[in-house]
Design a protein around this ligand. Structure first.
Ligand code: MRU
Length: 349
């Protein structure tokens, strides 16, 4: 995607360093973060310098390749196994991370160079899949549609294009004149900070709404379609996505608004029979108790926004049961959130 007049991907490799757009600094500062070692890449994933299912998948694949490239012959087996465990412990929910690590690990058993080639393939496929999701998803968008989205499943959350936002970008190119309601997405505000930045950047008309405003909007008939991303999809069609997604899905059903999930097949975990099997990450209470921003002079600030002395509970994701989902937009087409449809598309590879 273009930032100014330069084309960027969210994450890429330069020599043996993994490079990424620093998402913790956006929307106030655009800076590239360099990870010279697999451990630096792990830290960047844990600290959410890079975040979003596809982007952390690509970063994790590159981290696995970095580990292969730097291991010596003597320590190779143990180092690689430990590195794989380190990478897999960075963030537990997004299936793409485990999918990418496994692919690159298997390739690396042949040679370190092979690991890097595989990591590149994972990243390229992520970008291609997102592009296809945009094509299928745009068919759902009619002229002048009002679309609600939650969190950031745009190009920053993948290598390029995004999932939930890819259909919107294409609809804009098709002159469909869409409007986007952007949930702020507490506590880390991926909507208010990242989705809004992307949409501004791509000149897509939008407004940021408080997380608790969507019921009112839907009750007033102002939302035609909800599109969100996914971090892991179980074999029965249950979807883990950013905390708050479940509320939007229940509301959408109540108010008769189609609710779509956009995700590549690499997000589907056939080993999770249902959403109950999906591991849900709990993050630091500080993300709820403090907020990051800038003051009127552009100075960075971290301020407490909750009563001193109170603690917080901070689950990063929730699970939306399949019954609330109108369909899953994948790179192979739009499928029902149902075990038979999922089994069919996964079987077809
Ligand atoms: O915690 P994050 O920001 O890495 O969350 C992942 C997500 O970006 C969202 O859940 C998104 O909607 C899924 S699609 C990348």
């Amino acid at each position: 995607m273009l930032v100014g007049d330069k084309s960027y991907q969210t994450v890429w490799i330069e020599g043996s360093s993994v490079m990424m757009i620093d998402q913790n600094l956006l929307p106030f500062e655009f800076k590239i973060h360099e990870c010279p070692t697999y451990w630096d890449t792990c830290m960047a994933i844990t600290d959410m310098v890079v975040r979003g299912a596809g982007a952390i998948g690509a970063a994790a694949g590159y981290a696995m390749a970095q580990a292969f490239l730097t291991s010596t012959k003597k320590t190779k087996a143990i180092t690689i196994r430990e590195a794989r465990a380190d990478i897999e412990h960075t963030r537990p929910t997004a299936k793409n991370l485990f999918y990418a690590v496994d692919r690159v690990y298997q390739a690396g058993l042949i040679s370190p160079e092979n690991a890097m080639i595989e990591a590149q393939k994972v990243a390229i496929k992520d970008s291609q899949d997102s592009r296809s999701i945009g094509v299928f998803g745009s068919e759902l968008i009619r002229k002048k549609a009002n679309i609600l989205t939650h969190c950031n499943a745009g190009w920053l959350a993948f290598v390029d294009y995004g999932t939930a936002l890819a259909p919107i970008y294409l609809a804009m190119k098709q002159n469909k004149d869409v409007f986007v309601y952007v949930d702020e997405t507490r506590p880390r505000n991926q909507g208010a900070k990242l989705t809004a930045w992307e949409l501004n950047n791509n000149k897509v008309p939008h407004v940021i709404i408080p997380d608790n405003a969507s019921a009112t909007l839907m009750a007033q008939g102002k939302v035609d379609l909800v599109i969100v991303g996914a971090d892991r999809i179980a074999a029965n069609g249950d979807v883990a996505n950013k905390i708050g997604t479940l509320e939007k899905a229940v509301l959408a059903k109540e108010f008769g608004v189609p609710f779509y999930v956009a995700a590549p097949l690499s997000t589907i975990d056939m080993e999770c029979a249902s959403g109950k099997d999906i591991p849900i990450e709990t993050r630091s209470p500080d993300e709820v108790l403090y907020q990051m921003g800038i003051d009127a002079n552009g100075n960075k600030l971290r301020v407490r926004v909750a009563s001193p002395g109170s603690d917080a509970w901070n689950p990063a994701f929730d699970v939306t049961p399949a019954k609330y989902i109108s369909g899953i937009i994948t790179e192979k087409g739009i499928i029902k959130a149902h075990h038979r449809a999922i089994g069919r598309v996964m079987g077809a590879g």
